[in-house]
Write a protein that binds this ligand. Sequence first.
Ligand SMILES: Cc1cc2nc3c(=O)[nH]c(=O)nc-3n(C[C@H](O)[C@H](O)[C@H](O)COP(=O)(O)OP(=O)(O)OC[C@H]3O[C@@H](n4cnc5c(N)ncnc54)[C@H](O)[C@@H]3O)c2cc1C
Length: 332
Amino acid sequence: MSVEKQGTHSDVLIIGAGISGLLCATELQRSGKRVCVLDKGRGLGGRMATRRMAGGRLDHGAQFFTVRDAAFQRYVDEWLQAGVIREWFRHSQNDSNAAGHARYCGHSGMTDVAKYLARDLEVHCSEAVVSIVRVEHRWQVKTQVGHTFIADQLVVTAPLPQALDLLDSSALDYAGADLEALRAVRYDRGLATLAILDGASGLPANGHLNLDGPVVNWIADNQLKGISEQVTAVTIHATSQFAAANWEISDAQRGAAMCAAIEPYLDASVREYSCHRWGFTLAVNPWPAPFYANDSLQLMLAGDAFGGARIEGAALSGMAAAQHLLLSASLQ
Ligand SMILES: Cc1cc2nc3c(=O)[nH]c(=O)nc-3n(C[C@H](O)[C@H](O)[C@H](O)COP(=O)(O)OP(=O)(O)OC[C@H]3O[C@@H](n4cnc5c(N)ncnc54)[C@H](O)[C@@H]3O)c2cc1C
């Protein structure tokens, strides 16, 4: 049975409580809109994800973010002042790739940013949207658990292929001739292995190592990072090539291969591990604009497929979508 949740008629409904959806919601709410955010996950933050495991605490998706844009910098300054984030490390000015940008992380994990943003917002977790229909100039969104949410405007911030699949349930022509190009936006897949060590990792003092091997490209010691107080807990990320080639094999096989690949870099042994598959890591060929809008349907698509494939890009996409929505509403 489908039930309308109490208080679920909003001006704007946002699907996705990752950084793009939450910043979009924040900007809209600050401008007086009634906003509701839905996410299928049990927790907030999407790919800015932190997990507990065997007494450890690990960032298993995005590891850090950088800032270049002044509008995003204003949020980052607010988060720094509120103690939500801190600088994790920065490369020296001499490093031509990194240009000395600070790498920020959540104070106790990457989800801290999402938790902070959501504190004044209406956000419903464990609400996987399964259908979207347009009824009498409004959006009617149904979730797997049988709830119905109604709104005048809809912003979808799920990774773009998932967003398009969802919108197909509307049976609307929402993108016309652009649909094929939207569908062509692709993401790399990722594999993360989370490992508990039986002693200190021996990684460099700032707790991370970039590798250029065929299997693993990143190791982070979450204890040295400052988020896993009790236990040495490392996050291991596979290369996109290894992830693509080993997507279907068992966790035991891929976990063993990834642990073996990092063994030479560690002073301690892996005591236990668990694996996670990321269907979407970074957009390979992002859409060349910060969002996609269909103003006559009051529909917007946003997220890192639009902003340039990282946390800052996703954030800017969410913020730009909010500004477009406010502008288009003021013209109607
Ligand atoms: C392994 C990994 C490492 C990364 N490392 C970095 C890094 O170090 N630095 C960096 O800047 N970026 C990194 N990224 C990329 C970064 O995490 C993303 O670009 C950014 O977090 C995307 O934010 P978003 O809001 O666009 O999407 P997401 O964070 O994916 O949020 C979308 C949300 O939509 C929800 N959703 C999807 N479908 C539905 C549905 N049907 N119903 C309800 N909710 C739904 C999802 O649950 C999700 O919470 C990494 C990503 C991964 C996976």
